[in-house]
Design a protein around this ligand. Structure first.
Ligand code: CUA
Length: 291
């Protein structure tokens, strides 16, 4: 496909530039020559130069559609990863291990991962420039794509379909790592949240977390499961980014977020609980235990 289009475009370039150079030389101004004959429209020519590009575009379209069909996994493939676009974050679950994460996907290097793509609310578009083509996530439609990295590293992903006010902050990262490292990550992520027995502040934070009914939107495995209105928080502290890329995941940034999510990310669905400083400390201490 790439080769064919390069060939077609080179031919067009050569033909157009050739015609321009030829005309420049052949019809250049000469001393004493009369004004050239003036033409106003030429139906036959216009039909020809409309039909040829149309034919080329149709051919490239057919070839592109065929290639896209060929490179995407067949729908019967069992997904390694189910990614769901939400306003304004990405949910990712690994069916084999039951691991649920948000905005930070991990994949093993060298293994093609079959991704099943869904959307929870409106149309989003999944794009990791370094790894895949763009593909729309459409509510009620299931799509599949391959996600594969040949080199370890962190790849940036974005939503590329305007989906609301925070469309720009609907980023994610794909961490491609050696298979052993990936297995260890998956093992750690599949554990339920640890009991925050270590500190009184964390225990108070947990009590507050339950009292504020955070669990009706967020899942913390071992505490309450099943809610996916907001990101799964079971291993929140292990993640690198917060609010789908709006900031780095540091205790200070998390505190700013909890104080007033809408100030950090206007239009976010998470309400402002008007937490006191003490409550912010307690929740922060609890979330720090969710490694
Ligand atoms: Cu989701 Cu733009």
């Amino acid at each position: 496909m790439g080769l064919i289009s390069t060939f077609v475009f080179t031919m067009i370039f050569v033909a157009v530039v050739g015609a321009v150079i030829y005309s420049l030389i052949k019809f250049r101004w000469r001393e004493g020559e009369p004004e050239p004959h003036q033409l106003a429209g030429h139906t036959k020519l216009e039909i020809v130069w409309t039909a040829i590009p149309l034919g080329i575009v149709l051919l490239l379209f057919a070839l592109t559609a065929r290639t896209m069909n060929k490179i995407d996994p067949p729908p019967l493939e069992k997904p390694d990863l189910i990614v769901t676009g939400h306003q304004f974050w990405w949910e990712a679950s690994y069916p084999a291990s039951g691991v649920m994460v948000a905005n930070e996907l991990h994949i093993p290097v060298g293994k093609p991962f079959c991704v099943q793509l869904e959307a929870a609310d409106v149309i989003h578009e999944f794009w990791v420039a370094g790894l895949t083509r763009k593909i729309e996530a459409i509510p009620g439609q299931t799509r599949y794509l391959w996600l594969e990295a040949s080199k370890a590293g962190t790849y940036t992903g974005v939503c590329t379909e305007f989906c609301g006010v925070q469309h720009a902050w609907m980023r994610f990262i794909v961490v491609a790592e050696e298979p052993a490292k990936f297995a260890a990550w998956q093992q750690a992520q599949s554990q339920p949240a640890a009991e925050p027995a270590a500190s009184a502040a964390a225990a108070a934070g947990l009590a507050l977390y339950q009292r504020l009914s955070c669990v009706s939107c967020h899942t913390v495995k071992g505490l309450a499961a099943g809610a996916s209105v907001g990101p799964d928080l079971t291993h929140l502290a292990s993640r690198q980014i917060l609010g789908a890329g709006v900031s780095e995941n540091t205790p200070a940034a998390l505190r700013t977020w909890l104080k007033n999510p809408d100030a950090v990310k206007p239009g976010v669905l998470m309400p402002n609980y008007n937490l006191t400083d003490e409550q912010l400390d307690e929740l922060g201490a609890y979330f720090a235990t969710l490694k």
